[in-house]
Design a binder for this molecule. Structure first.
Ligand code: GLC
Length: 501
């Protein structure tokens, strides 16, 4: 029998928020750990670092230490172990839509025909420096990157024997091959985004489709889904067989009228599993950025994917199965408000926000995939490169509190978030306290040593009159005189590493 669990359990007597159960499923049972916080933290590193082995019934969710009986998809957690460890990746939306420079949906938004879009294909003659892109990703602390091999416009950045609508045929450049070579050389894991939708194909639904640029405008158009599926499967096979081992395949996306049946998702999964057995897949063969599909259920479909992919949002409780069980997940997020290059959009998220959101994802057991949209000349916009550079400065000092980390199972503090891993707790302090910092959830006798992660320097516990009535709560001294207030050493996020007694 399946033992239901929650990831929001209490570990030292204070209840963390519990996930909201869906009405159709029994409420997840909260169980208290027998052996306390230390054992729980030990499990973080071993489970996150090594993932789960076949037959191992230990929950791979960091600090979800109550579910030894729970049945989970071992393959999904095994395949994604490296990815759940690395936590932070780069999404790259790049294609001929960088010429109109109004985002990758420009054809649909402006109902632009394939003929009217041809000027963009003709003008797209970039000279990208993929080594420079890889450097931006690596120095931001990103460990994997995903390039749009083909977006909804259908113009492929790879060589395809099945189409002339590719940069390989038009420019003699296989950008996918070049991207893979540069990023692999830099030690970054590689993934390809592949659009299930193709607005360049005459056999793809036009008139009645929800998103097609020609929707409602061509009543006599007759789609041919058999022919489209054959082409789609053929291109997936080309990508899976012609470019060496791929770490991630990111399919996008399903919507009303177009889903697993229309894509022939069973065949896509068969091709991927045959040719790329270790690649992890997203959940959009049956879902989208808001609809997770069956990956959250007790009986996921064969095309449910290896991870959920919430888009432009970090779910309030992270992503968990309807029975409270863990599900690998990744929020994808733009740095401005577009995926593909948009010349007029300079609303860059500040580095502090990117760091805070990365920390929040990790604290909730997920990953963050942050996007860049290189321009029509093949350059990552300076605005996003600058932000990522600042994120990298923070990561240089603090990546240990991100990689190999996950939820701490402690209540969310007012000042930021907890993460846990490597047998430690990490306090991410975004907001300076008045006086000493309350280590919410920890008693003084539970704390052995606190150090600032950035420089390894010891931070003493506070003993002063302002906290003299709270023997049950550990307080950190934020400066030479504990009852005084001080600015944070790192105003983005000061991380304290806590070793428990
Ligand atoms: C959406 C959009 C798309 C973008 C993707 C990223 O599904 O259609 O343009 O590539 O999300 O998550």
């Amino acid at each position: 029998m399946k033992n239901l669990v929650s990831v929001g359990v209490s570990i030292i007597g204070v209840s963390a928020p519990t996930p909201t159960p869906t009405p159709n499923y029994p409420r997840a049972q909260l169980q208290r750990t027998r052996n306390g916080l230390w054992e729980a933290i030990q499990r973080v590193s071993s489970s996150v670092m090594s993932g789960i082995k076949r037959g191992d019934r230990t929950c791979p969710q960091p600090l979800c230490h109550t579910c030894s009986m729970r049945v989970i998809d071992e393959d999904r957690f095994g395949r994604s172990a490296w990815w759940r460890h690395d936590r932070f990746g780069m999404f790259i939306h790049w294609g001929a839509y960088a010429v109109p420079a109004r985002g990758e949906w420009v054809r649909s938004a402006e109902r632009m025909s394939v003929e009217d879009y041809q000027y963009a294909i003709d003008a797209f003659r970039p000279e990208p420096d993929f080594d420079a892109w890889a450097e931006v990703a690596a120095s931001a602390g990103m460990r994997y990157a995903i390039l749009t091999a083909k977006h909804h416009d259908g113009y492929a950045l790879f060589d395809s024997a099945l189409s002339d609508y590719t940069t390989a045929k038009v420019l003699g450049r296989d950008f996918v091959a070049e991207f893979l070579a540069a990023f692999r050389k830099r030690g970054i894991k590689v993934g390809l985004y592949f659009s299930l939708i193709d607005w360049s194909r005459p056999d793809f639904p036009h008139h009645a489709d929800l998103h097609h640029p020609m929707r409602g405008a061509v009543p006599d158009h007759v789609p041919d889904l058999d022919s489209y599926r054959q082409f789609l499967h053929g291109q997936v096979r080309e990508l899976c067989s012609g470019y060496g081992p791929l770490d991630i395949l990111w399919f996008d996306f399903s919507y009303e009228g177009m889903g697993p049946q229309q894509w022939g998702a069973d065949e896509i999964v068969r091709i991927v599993r045959e040719l790329q057995p270790d690649a992890i897949m997203d959940n959009r063969m049956e879902g989208d950025g808001a609809n997770p599909g069956s990956i959250l259920t007790a009986t996921p479909s064969p095309w449910a994917g290896d991870f959920a992919s919430p888009e432009q949002i970090i779910p309030t409780q992270g992503v968990i199965g309807y029975d409270g069980s863990p599900v690998p997940w990744e929020s994808c997020m733009t740095l401005n408000n577009h995926w593909g290059y948009c010349a007029s959009d300079t609303v860059w998220k500040p580095a502090s926000m990117v760091v805070h959101k990365l920390v929040e994802c990790v604290a909730k057991g997920g990953n963050l995939l942050t996007n860049v949209g290189p321009d029509a000349r093949g350059r990552i916009p300076t605005g996003s490169a600058k932000v990522l550079d600042q994120v990298g400065t923070w990561m240089d000092d603090n990546c240990e509190s991100i990689r190999g980390c996950g939820p701490a199972g402690l209540p969310k503090p007012d000042w930021g978030w907890w993460t846990a891993g490597h047998g430690k707790l990490y306090a991410h302090v975004f907001e300076a306290p008045v006086g000493p910092l309350p280590l919410i959830g920890l008693r003084p006798d539970q704390v052995k040593l606190v150090r600032r992660l950035a420089d390894g320097s010891e931070v003493p516990m506070a003993q002063c009159w302002t906290v003299s009535d709270r023997n049950d709560l550990a307080f950190l001294s934020m400066g030479p005189q504990p009852e005084f207030s001080y600015p944070l050493p790192d105003e983005i996020d000061t991380v304290f590493e806590i070793t428990l007694a």
